[in-house]
Design a protein around this ligand. Structure first.
Ligand code: MG
Length: 367
């Protein structure tokens, strides 16, 4: 099979809550997502999606996805999309770095492979565990009372794991964590995710002030070294996210005992192929994972589900259903949350059919 063309679409994804805020006053009102269609000479088209969390979260931005595909795409014409190993090897040589540019292309090729082989991507990635898996809900940064109220509302919808966006003023963050924990049951999980927003001394204040609570601390500071210093002075369970962007920091973190959980995002590592490597390594090392992406709509949600559902439940800390945060559906067939849980598609490929009336005309065509 050969790749004969690549089409790129731009879609705006507004939020049900109106906006999403996290550390340092960063916020997004409308997500700028990119859908990639990989066409083949077999008449099969696969789809992928990449949606950065604005330009100030990871080294990635929405226009960069499309510019990068414009650069990389021509190298893929004539290549076999079902041979993900050679395809990723080629992408890494044709374009240094820029994992988020490759993510949608890799995802689309897994979709092609699934359709061609008659297998759901979840099965190709190793096979599913059980009927479904648990999701977390991200709680956008607001006043402490408002965040506790949001948690209570989402808990009523079935969620049992919550990721509280902190990384602001330490005294207010301490109050956010206290109020959030107070509306939860003992079996619920609460993560205080600072998204790199605290300096080391601020993080030290917060972890000491909440040490009596059942709460996880996620990525308190910008660098790995600052996070490790905080990790070494708290006995609270610890999650690393932003600084784990490939296998190398993951292995270093494991060797240093730097975390109990890692947050693996598809576009942060560069696609399903790379994320599968990291997931399988974490399974062997006994590191629990949140499997997700930076953001996205129906196609990203389908890809997340394919990986998360194939992760042993004991090591799947949580996952997420981004398509329930946004008001626009870009594809039919995507997994839909039921009682705080999700399951991956059982139809061949990613199981999604893009709504072309929503995608509109392509912004880039490579043939
Ligand atoms: Mg995080």
């Amino acid at each position: 099979m050969k790749i004969t063309g690549i089409q790129v679409y731009q879609i705006d994804l507004p939020l049900h809550e109106g906006s999403y805020q996290w550390s340092g006053g960063k916020s997004v009102q409308v997500f700028d997502s990119t859908v990639v269609a990989v066409e083949t000479d077999a008449g099969i088209t696969g789809h992928g999606e990449v949606c950065p969390l604005g330009p100030f979260y990871l080294p990635a931005y929405a226009q960069g996805v499309r510019a990068g595909i414009g650069e990389l795409g021509p190298h893929l014409l004539g290549e076999d999309p079902t041979r993900l190993g050679p395809l990723n090897w080629l992408m890494d040589r044709a374009l240094q770095g820029h994992p988020y540019v490759k993510s949608g292309l890799d995802m689309a090729c897994w979709d092609v492979l699934g359709q061609a082989s008659g297998q759901p991507v979840c099965e190709l990635l190793g096979g599913r565990f059980g009927d479904d898996f648990g999701l977390y809900r991200a709680i956008s940064q607001e006043a402490p009372e408002a965040m506790a109220e949001r948690i209570a509302g989402y808990r009523a919808e079935g969620y049992r794991r919550f990721q509280l966006k902190v990384g602001g003023d330490p005294a207010e963050d301490i109050e956010r964590i206290r109020q959030a924990r107070s509306v939860l049951e003992p079996s619920d999980k609460l993560v205080a995710d600072a998204n790199t927003g605290w300096t080391q001394h601020e993080a030290a204040r917060v972890v000491r002030a909440v040490r009596d609570l059942d709460v996880y601390i996620e990525q308190p500071c910008r660098t790995y070294e600052e996070c490790l210093a905080i990790r070494r002075r708290t006995d609270l369970p610890f999650v690393l996210d932003e600084c784990i962007d490939s296998l190398r920091p993951l292995l270093r973190g494991h060797a240093d005992g730097a975390m109990d959980v890692v947050n693996l995002k598809i576009s942060k590592l560069g696609g399903l192929t790379k994320l599968k490597q990291a997931r399988d390594l974490c399974v062997d090392l006994g590191i629990a994972m949140t499997i997700e992406d930076s953001w996205g709509g129906d196609i990203v949600t389908a890809a997340i589900a394919a990986l998360a559902h194939g992760t042993p439940p004991e090591l799947l800390f949580s996952s997420t259903d981004f398509n329930s945060y946004v008001t626009t559906s870009i594809a039919e067939g995507a997994p839909q949350r039921a009682n705080g849980r999700l399951s991956s598609s059982t139809v061949p490929g990613l199981g999604v059919v893009p709504r072309m009336e929503v995608l509109g005309e392509p912004v880039l065509v490579i043939r």
